[in-house]
Design a protein around this ligand. Structure first.
Ligand code: COA
Length: 258
């Protein structure tokens, strides 16, 4: 692995943290950020000692979008051949739950990166938007698709076509964020959520994420069939037996992730 230069990757207990760290450009996303985020995320996803992942930025910015300096002179042909943002789909496809802890700006690719996560915890300072239209572009990392699913067609159109930002309160009302917390508490809340998920039985956590993702991608009947099979399969885990035994014996369960 190359030494991370644009992120900090830290394991805290059973949680893998990815901290975007390009303060001079408000954590703008470039190829190096993508490579380093994907490397750390893939490592966490494969590590049996990790149960959840947190992605965060700074107080001022989660990420202010794709790096405009890098993209300014790109041609359409180069964008097609390089696949521009294709690699980010590997982040959206991680099997373990990912929590975005967002303070400050989450714009363009920053908003899109947050939407690839499973839970978005926002500081009351957070501002979300897809400003690409102001640059004569459109979102290219999933913004038109995931935003429409998250907040509905009409608010998504308002955001994508005007480029305006929404504050944390509006984002919560719209259903884009899971929780809004005071900025000073953001990392503690994200940490508590991640630690809590990481303490659950990993097979059930993976199944829950997979089923929740299917809900966004398939008609209801197919999703219900997926859920029923995933639910049934968990009865073959030792942890399910332990979880229900612990409940009946009025004690805390001891999960072994098998
Ligand atoms: N790419 C590259 N650099 C960026 C950036 C981006 N997406 N967003 C911010 N920066 C840089 C600025 O150029 C500035 O650098 P400088 O100090 O060398 O001039 C630095 O980060 C701080 O940004 P600044 O604009 O001075 O801060 P601000 O508080 O006045 O405004 C924003 C913050 C986020 C509103 C503003 O930076 C902005 O609109 N950024 C672009 C957002 C965007 O369009 N994203 C989609 C890109 S496709």
């Amino acid at each position: 692995m190359t030494d991370p230069r644009t992120i900090r990757a830290e394991v805290r207990g059973r949680v893998g943290w990815i901290i975007l760290d390009r303060p001079d450009v408000l954590n703008a996303l470039n190829d190096a950020v993508r490579a380093e985020v994907l490397e750390a995320a893939a490592r966490y996803d494969a590590d049996p000692g990790i149960g959840a992942i947190v992605v965060t930025g700074s107080d001022r910015a989660f990420a202010a979008g794709a790096d405009i300096g890098d993209l300014a002179d790109v041609s359409g042909a180069e964008a097609i051949v390089s696949g521009v943002f294709d690699g980010w789909e590997a982040f959206a496809a991680l099997r373990k739950p990912v929590i975005a802890a967002v303070a400050g700006y989450a714009l363009g690719g920053g908003c899109e990166l947050a939407m690839m996560c499973d839970i978005i915890v926002a500081a009351d300072t957070a501002r979300f938007g897809q400003p690409e239209i102001t640059l004569a572009l459109i979102p290219g990392m999933g913004g038109t698709q995931r935003l429409a699913r998250a907040v509905g067609a009409y608010r998504a159109a308002d955001l994508v076509l005007t480029g305006r930002m929404m504050d944390a309160a509006e984002a919560e009302r719209a259903g884009l964020v899971s929780r809004v917390v005071p900025a000073a508490e953001l990392l503690d809340v994200a940490s508590a959520i991640a630690d809590g998920i990481a303490a659950r039985s990993l097979p059930s956590v993976l199944a829950a994420k997979a089923a929740l993702r299917v809900a966004l991608e398939t008609p209801l009947a197919a999703g219900l069939r997926f859920e029923r099979h995933a639910f049934a399969a968990l009865f073959d885990t030792m942890d399910q037996k332990e979880g229900m035994a612990a409940f009946r014996e009025k004690r805390a369960p001891s999960f072994e992730n098998r």
